[in-house]
Design a binder for this molecule. Structure first.
Ligand SMILES: [Zn+2]
Length: 299
């Protein structure tokens, strides 16, 4: 039995999986709650030990947000909760606490690995996984191997790929980054500013995509969103020479309203993969993908 841990901006997810990737147990805790209980690392280790108590573990893995050093087992730099882990060998701390070998990588890579191994990417030689959530995450599996190198940023380019040199300034220092337009958080902010009527809805993004067909003003924004996303998808396809992109994250709850239009543009414009031969698939594992991928990172 394996334990996978996915440390994100808002939540920490814990999963227990058998060797076939079946979920035996899954739990989500809020980072803020763990941080409020004392040292974040200690409460995180306690939570993992509590979650796995009495189980016969063979291996574990941690997917961690931020820039990570896979060889050193720790975070290099990050923003918000998790930055305090910089310089700490997290892999060693988790291995010691749970008494099993632990694997470690960035959460976007763990997500891509999970979807490739057990989700929408099963059977594909190569995939790129992009998540449209708080930001836009991105990682690639190429010829059955996670794309990484001695440079910790390798293969993670997605959200901070500029799609407009005259665009707004991004906190990262560039202009017109994809995630300013296409992350769930930023897109929802833009929508709520433009269409106050959406604030009355419980799930504004879902309501927007579901209602865009009947409202010309919404349809125009939807077209622009899909056009922006298409540039990002084509760029990563061309960068990696990979024709299959898996899209996940909160925004993809509306994949039925997004993917057909997106696919039409990408099919027409992407020419290096080769032309016309592209696939854009909704993620299958959603909030478990990174957890499951982390648990199997050693493979
Ligand atoms: Zn940026």
């Amino acid at each position: 039995m394996r334990i996978g841990i996915d440390f994100g901006g808002t939540n920490v997810k814990f999963g227990l999986f058998d060797e076939e990737g079946n979920t035996l147990k899954f739990a989500v805790e809020r980072v803020a709650d763990l941080a409020a209980a004392g040292s974040l690392l200690e409460t995180l280790l306690d939570a993992a030990a509590r979650f796995a108590a009495g189980e016969k573990l063979s291996r574990g893995g941690l997917g961690m947000k931020g820039m990570v050093d896979v060889r050193a087992g720790g975070v290099i730099n990050d923003v918000g909760a998790g930055n305090e882990f910089a310089g700490i060998d997290l892999r060693a701390r988790f291995a010691a606490r749970l008494k099993v070998p632990f694997a470690f990588d960035n959460d976007a890579r763990a997500y891509a690995w999970g979807e490739w191994r057990f989700g929408a990417g099963r059977g594909c030689p190569s995939i790129i996984a992009m998540t449209l959530g708080t930001g836009v995450g991105c990682a690639a599996v190429i010829d059955g191997r996670l794309f990484r190198s001695s440079n910790p940023a390798s293969g993670l380019l997605g959200g901070h790929m500029s799609i407009d040199r005259n665009g707004p300034e991004c906190p990262c220092g560039l202009k017109g980054c994809l995630e300013l337009y296409c992350s769930a958080v930023n897109f929802e902010k833009q929508l709520l500013a433009a269409f106050p009527e959406l604030t009355a809805e419980t799930i504004p993004l879902k309501a927007f995509f579901a209602g865009a067909g009947a409202r010309p003003a919404w349809a125009a924004i939807k077209r622009e969103f899909i056009d922006n996303l298409a540039i990002g998808v084509i760029n990563v396809m061309h960068a990696y020479g990979v024709n299959t992109v898996i899209l996940g994250g909160g925004l993809m709850k509306s994949h039925e309203q997004i993917i057909p239009g997106l696919l039409e543009i990408v099919k027409r414009r992407a020419w290096m993969v080769p032309k016309g031969n592209v696939r854009i698939l909704p993620a299958l594992l959603e909030d478990r993908a990174a957890c499951l991928g982390a648990a199997f990172l050693d493979e």
